[in-house]
Design a binder for this molecule. Structure first.
Ligand code: FAD
Ligand code: UDP
Length: 374
């Protein structure tokens, strides 16, 4: 049996703790916050009784059977489809770009093949292999749709021109030539009936796991553990001594009202003269509940300062160069494994986070079983 310290009680830390506790090890999971579940934390708002996604909207979607089974073992998932609306120049459209968006935007009634041919006529075909976000958009949806839906939003979200961002960010969104307005394409999509925090609490509910909240990692804690799993920021482990990896942080402006505010879960605001990127009306994430009052978040994105919560890794060229230096050092570190979205400096959806945590656990179990040092 090993004494293992896990820093961070988000999905990454919780899943590894549970897997190794079931193998008979003793786990201590610490988190500097006063709750588990990391950025997926959800809690009922005292005034409206609505389940709030405290750090921004989270919709569970996956194609991984094992991950879907895992999450369902720890809480009831209710089918949920995210249907996002987007406001551009004072009009409401459907996102991701689908046949309805194309027909509404261009005032047409095109059939799928006609719409495909029409967008080809809008596209900049001289861009053979798009590298940047802007090139990807101009190549696949053309200038008008790019300017209406992506340029302003992306500048607000990332703080730089889309010509400085990688094409991979836009590739997260499909373009559909039918009326399917489901934001995601995954087979399993759902929302936990009792919120994400209850799920993470259930994962951590094992006699071999001790959870200590409001506990920040101190290097001295390392001595008492046979091994550490670090799910905090990679650069924080090294005391930021080579500099800080760039993140965007979010500010949420809370709005409460009687009745409904906007009538759906998420509306994106694509114009640059609106300062926020989107509004999330939380009761629409639990449509099986009835509430007379409503609570919504207006979401603002800005550069992450030293005391802010890191949300989105920026991953511009200078960040990638610094990342490589930290990765080289991390490879030399003994007795610590870096896991999760912050420690690997990547944008990871919840399902990928759980999948990677299960994979890491699978990989270390044989060595732990044999009593070896990791
Ligand atoms: P985290 O949840 O960040 O957990 C890390 C924990 O480590 C935190 O609780 C932190 O307090 C703790 N910690 C850090 N440093 C220390 C320290 N020094 N001492 C003690 N504790 C420390 N995914 C989806 O699948 N669907 C979505 O719709 C979705 N929406 C998102 C919306 C937003 C705005 C964001 C930012 C992310 C979204 N995600 C979504 C991604 C999701 O949040 C992540 O997949 C998930 O949070 C990753 O879990 P994690 O455990 O790796 O990290
Ligand atoms: N995006 C945009 N307009 C929108 C929605 C998204 O320009 O209305 C861009 C934006 O740059 C965003 C990216 O597309 O970061 C990926 O969208 P997604 O919804 O996956 O963003 P996230 O979940 O990261 O907020």
């Amino acid at each position: 049996m090993k004494n293992i310290l896990i820093v961070g009680a988000g999905f990454s830390g919780a899943v590894i703790a549970r897997e190794l506790a079931e193998q008979g090890h003793r786990l201590t999971v610490i988190d500097q916050r006063e709750h588990v579940a990391g950025n997926c934390h959800s809690a009922r708002d005292a005034e409206t009784d609505v389940m709030v996604h405290v750090y921004g909207p989270h919709i569970f979607h996956t194609d991984h059977e094992r991950v879907w089974e895992y999450i369902n073992r720890h809480g009831e998932m209710i089918p949920f489809v995210n249907r996002v609306k987007a406001v551009s120049k004072g009009r409401v459209y459907s996102l991701p770009i689908n046949l309805h968006t194309i027909n509404q935007f261009f005032g047409k009634t095109l059939a799928p093949d006609e719409a495909r041919a029409f967008l080809e006529s809008q596209a900049d075909l001289s861009i053979e292999s798009p590298q940047t976000f802007e090139e990807q958009a101009l190549r696949f949806v053309g200038k008008s749709l790019y300017e209406a839906f992506f340029e302003g939003y992306t500048r607000k979200q990332w703080g730089v021109s889309p010509s400085e961002l990688p094409a991979s960010i836009l590739k997260r969104l499909p373009v559909r030539f039918n009326y399917d307005d489901n934001y995601y394409s995954h087979r399993y999509q759902g929302m936990p009936r009792d919120g994400y925090t209850r799920i993470v609490e259930s994962i951590l509910d094992h006699p071999g796991i001790e959870v200590r909240l409001q506990t920040r990692y101190e290097p001295a804690m390392r001595q008492a553990a046979d091994h550490v799993f670090w799910t905090g920021p990679l650069d924080a482990w090294f005391g930021f001594d080579l500099g800080r990896l760039g993140y965007r942080t979010l500010d949420f402006e809370t709005v409460r009202c009687d009745g409904d505010l906007q009538g759906t879960a998420v509306i994106n605001y694509c114009d640059s003269d609106v300062p926020y990127t989107r509004i999330s009306e939380h009761k629409y994430f639990s449509p099986w509940e009835k509430h007379e009052k409503s609570i919504a978040y207006r979401e603002y994105s800005r550069l992450c300062g030293e005391d802010d919560i890191p949300y989105y890794p920026i991953r511009l060229v200078k960040d990638k160069a610094l990342l490589q230096q930290y990765v080289d050092r991390a490879r030399e570190e003994k007795g610590v494994t870096f896991v999760g979205r912050l420690a690997t400096y990547r944008y990871l959806d919840m399902d990928v986070t759980i999948k990677e945590a299960l994979d890491v656990s699978d990989a270390v179990k044989p060595a732990l079983e044999a009593g070896a040092r990791l």
